[in-house]
Design a protein around this ligand. Structure first.
Ligand code: SF4
Ligand code: SF4
Length: 91
């Protein structure tokens, strides 16, 4: 089974008022070489358009990897509030 098919099995309840992860300062991302958050995120949450970072937090798997790999500690990351976030169907 492809990774995309496996991810499709997950269900999410999104808190649109209060995203659980945010970029603290996009200017810092501009100078960040390699942008490891993009490379390491298994859910393709981060997308750099050349000027700004789009954060599609709705698809986050809550693995915490981006928080660890960001060399500038530039991600404000918290677990989603109760009843929000990912629901693993088979995990
Ligand atoms: S790793 Fe951190 S500083 Fe680098 S692009 Fe991602 S969020 Fe920005
Ligand atoms: S916690 Fe994991 S899935 Fe969520 S954005 Fe960070 S690396 Fe991606």
């Amino acid at each position: 089974m492809r990774i995309e098919d496996k991810l499709y099995l997950n269900r999410y309840r999104t808190n649109e008022k209060e995203p659980h992860l945010k970029i603290i300062d996009e200017k810092v991302c501009e100078k960040c070489e390699g942008k490891p958050c993009i490379i390491c995120c298994p859910a393709d949450v981060y997308e750099w358009d050349g000027k700004s970072m789009e954060v599609k937090y709705e698809g986050c798997l809550e693995c915490g990897t981006c928080r660890v790999v960001c060399p500038y500690k530039n991600i404000d990351w918290n677990y989603p509030k109760g009843n929000y976030g990912i629901l693993y169907k088979f995990g």
